[in-house]
Design a protein around this ligand. Structure first.
Ligand code: NDP
Length: 779
């Protein structure tokens, strides 16, 4: 034992292990766990062992839920759904409040159990996992109370299937269960195979509280259990996990009508500018790279430092990670615990070895690794090129790359050079620079002079292949609600292009009206020169272009060039839209006649004019919030346009259906490539003329007539189209969702809508994605 003198000389920490008595007794008493189905735990079935990653010791056995178990859990949740939804918000709030209070009472138990099951240090479960999980239930008790007032005309989705990973087991449970229950849904939750224990303890707690049977069901198991849940009769899948599984869930749920939110992987940049407080940024790396041994989707695993301070920063960082204490996760002095499993440790090591083989230099902590358990030394990969696998793939371990940049624009370029877009942090004392960079980064969350901060009120979720949908706050709750249904319209049949092909050169003299494609503000012939005759009741109305893949590509390119539109103020866009509304009014009679000649209701014109004025009115009112999160923290949400948005219209309401999608999309700052209704493409050509005369910059709206579903497929597969709206048939919607799985494009499929009854604000909500920006303040 060291003497007091020794301790004062070395200032070494003494051991400070957390007691495990209560948790060990609970594990011993249970031994094997069943499933929570319909208000009772089932008898344990054949299953799997769950281990302590820090020791390899088996903690308990959990049941492998079969497809039949999943079906029973879903049936229980469905049976309980009407009763739970019928409770008043106040009644549901009381349940959520009871859960929050009881978690709080058992906080010490849960934080130890989480350490044993995950291998993460107790400091983290004490300071991050438990407080945040409890906060989620409190926050959503509030939303249960308020949701009827705050979301008028909305209803719960029904039953939610929640699939969660192993890195924050209880917290991820809270992220999904709290908003789902608050909004009036019932839940079937599948925890990760590696970490079922806190979910099972949570199940016991809910049983003790007397939560109505079926409201929450928990099925443990591996990926096959998750896959069975994804294809079951739930109304929504809420998933957090790998991009690969997220993609398979997009495919599995395509066309099923299930709502889907995906919170996937990331490769978050950590940008250190020359004027940053370097010591603060070093502590930022500790949070960004070493929280939970780097096993966090928002890990700041790509560090970019301004060249002028890079050497100083790197030296400080290496000195800092040598001071990180690695070892027993139960010790309150431990910074770095175990990674989740030997398989994960091997995966990290093999990726890092590939990174080194590709030219990076690994510098890692010299602290000895414990003899047993799955531990990885924290480290840095220096001199990695942008093509190094460690710069591209998720490491999901306590190792980050470090590279340099020269100018802020180079920093932005490097940061955005990733298929992911989950989070980012910016370290600079210059508020103008930090805000400018925050606006330019493609990331769902941007932390300024901070990293790895979360709160139940702050929306969190990704852009690009980091997924879609947000969890947390008002927006997170909205993802568990559906707007009141409007009367559904059946889609009109598409014209048969093959029955009336008209290869160029046609005989335009025989037809008095010839429409063209509208690309980059100019009328264009289709690339293949094909046209088709528009007919109504056997009468020829005109000649329409038949756009193809190349035309869509040209239109996307034109839309990208029109990026200035997204940077304009809402006020500037509103003026253009008011002018457009006015010009539509001036040509109302002409549009009415055009619609009448194909048997469409001329009343659409007045509805479209009204919609155009409303879109103009709303263009400068699209606003985020300042939300309450942590002390001394300004947390802002910024609705940002997607960028280039694809739109495929229904074959009904040819004018209104086009305007109802295009105008809110551009009001929010998007540039669009739209496929107008095929039944009356000439009205789209007239609409293009109005765009031209209304100062809508070329490329902001591109109109490609042609076989909608074929063209929608090109849009779905196009990597430079950020999101896709499809209003055609349910079968077409299913194809669009499937075709969008490869690049994880966000889709919205409002099929069967009567655009005269559509709430424009709902469309506007779909037209943006939220960026959450955290800015600390204080002297
Ligand atoms: P997965 O995506 O495989 O697991 C997440 C959840 O999905 C688990 O509950 C898992 O079950 C379940 N699951 C697996 N396959 C399917 C399927 N086909 N259908 C439905 N559900 C399924 O992540 P891993 O645990 O395998 O981790 C792999 C990598 O993913 C990590 O190294 C990391 O890069 C990334 N990841 C990202 C996370 C994030 O927060 N964004 C979290 C965790 C991992 P089970 O675990 O029982 O197999």
């Amino acid at each position: 034992m060291p003497s007091v003198n020794d301790i004062l000389t070395t200032m070494e920490y003494g051991p400070s292990p957390e007691a495990t008595g209560e948790v060990s007794a609970w594990l011993k008493a249970r031994g094997r766990f069943g499933l929570l189905i319909d208000g009772a735990m089932t008898a344990p079935g054949p299953g799997f062992a769950t281990q302590n990653p820090a020791t390899g010791e088996t903690l308990a056995e959990a049941t492998q839920a079969t497809a039949a178990d999943v079906a029973a859990a879903v049936a229980a949740a469905r049976a309980a759904a009407p009763g739970w939804a019928a409770l008043s918000g106040h009644e549901r709030a009381k349940w959520l409040y009871a859960i929050a209070r009881n978690l709080q009472k058992r906080e010490a138990f849960f934080r130890v159990l989480e350490v044993l099951d995950t291998g993460k240090p107790i400091r983290e479960t004490r300071d991050i996992d438990l407080p945040l999980a409890i906060r989620h239930f409190y926050h959503h008790a509030g939303w249960a109370e308020l949701s009827t007032d705050d979301f008028p005309g909305h209803a719960p989705l029904g039953t939610v299937g929640a699939i969660i990973p192993w890195n924050f087991p209880l917290l991820m449970l809270a992220w999904k269960v709290a908003p789902a229950l608050a909004a009036g849904n019932t839940v079937v939750l599948k925890p990760a195979e590696e970490t079922p224990l806190t979910a099972l303890a949570f199940a016991e707690m809910c049983l003790e509280l007397g939560l109505p049977p079926g409201v929450l069901n928990i099925v443990t198991g591996d990926g096959t259990t998750g896959a069975a849940l994804a294809t079951s009769a739930v109304d929504k899948i809420a998933f957090t996990g790998s991009t690969e599984v997220g993609r398979s869930l997009r495919q599995a749920t395509a066309g099923s009508g299930k709502a889907l939110t995906l919170e996937l992987g990331g490769k978050s940049p950590f940008l250190v500018f020359a004027d940053a407080d370097l010591d603060a940024a070093i502590e930022g790396v500790v949070a960004a790279v070493w929280t939970n041994q780097g096993q966090i989707c928002s890990a700041g695993s790509r560090i970019f430092v301004a060249e002028t301070v890079a050497e100083r920063f790197t030296d400080k960082l290496i000195a800092r990670f040598d001071k990180l204490r690695l070892g027993d996760p139960l010790d309150k002095g431990t910074d770095i615990g175990a990674v989740i499993s030997p398989a994960q440790r091997d995966r990290i090591q093999s990726l890092v070895a590939r990174g080194v083989a590709a030219g990076a230099r690994l510098v890692h902590s010299s602290a000895p690794l414990p003899a047993q358990g799955s531990f990885v030394a924290p480290g840095l990969l220096l001199e990695a090129q942008p093509t190094n696998p460690c710069m591209i793939e998720e490491i999901f371990g306590p190792i980050a790359t470090l590279a340099t940049f020269r100018t802020p624009s180079e920093a932005v370029e490097l940061a955005n050079a990733s298929r992911y877009g989950l989070a980012a942090s910016i370290w600079s004392e210059n508020v103008t620079l930090a805000q400018d960079v925050a606006a330019k980064l493609v990331a769902g969350t941007v932390w300024i002079n901070s990293h790895t901060l979360f709160d139940a009120a702050a929306p969190f979720g990704g852009m690009r292949e980091s997924g879609f949908g947000r969890e947390g706050g008002r927006e997170g709750l909205r993802a568990y609600l559906r707007p009141a249904a409007t009367p559904a319209l059946t889609e009109a049949p598409a014209p048969d292009f093959n029955a009336a092909p008209c290869p160029e050169p046609a005989q335009p003299q025989a037809i008095d009206r010839t429409a063209k494609l509208y690309i980059g503000g100019a009328q264009k012939r289709p690339d293949g020169g094909q046209s088709w005759r528009v007919t109504h009741q056997g009468r020829e109305i005109g000649l329409a272009p038949l756009g193809g893949r190349k035309d869509i590509r040209n239109a996307v390119e034109a839309a990208h060039k029109a990026a200035g539109w997204s940077k304009m103020t809402g006020h500037a866009r509103a003026q253009v839209l008011y002018f457009l509304a006015e010009n539509l009014s001036l040509r109302a009679a002409e549009f009415e006649a055009r619609l009448a000649e194909t048997g469409h209701d001329p009343a659409e014109v007045a509805q479209t004019i009204r919609l155009a004025f409303r879109a103009a009115a709303l263009a400068d009112k699209i606003a985020g919030e300042v939300i309450q999160t942590k002390p001394q923290m300004l947390t802002l949400t910024r609705p940002e346009p997607w960028g280039v948005l694809g739109i495929a219209c229904a074959n009904r309401q040819p004018l209104l259906g086009l305007a109802a999608l295009v105008l809110p999309a551009i009001a929010a700052g998007n540039r669009v490539v739209a496929i107008p209704a095929m039944v009356q493409p000439l009205v789209a050509a007239d609409f293009a003329q109005v765009l031209d005369t209304s100062d809508v910059p070329g490329g902001v709206v591109n109109l490609i007539c042609g076989p909608r579903d074929d063209l929608a497929k090109v849009l779905a597969q196009h990597d430079d189209v950020a999101a896709l709206w499809y209003a055609g048939t349910p079968e077409g919607a299913a194809r669009v969702e499937r075709d969008s799985a490869a690049n994880l494009k966000a889709t919205w499929c409002p099929t069967g809508r009567d655009w005269a009854a559509q709430d424009l604000r709902e469309t506007l909500t779909q037209a943006t994605q939220t960026k959450t920006i955290w800015v600390p303040y204080g002297m």
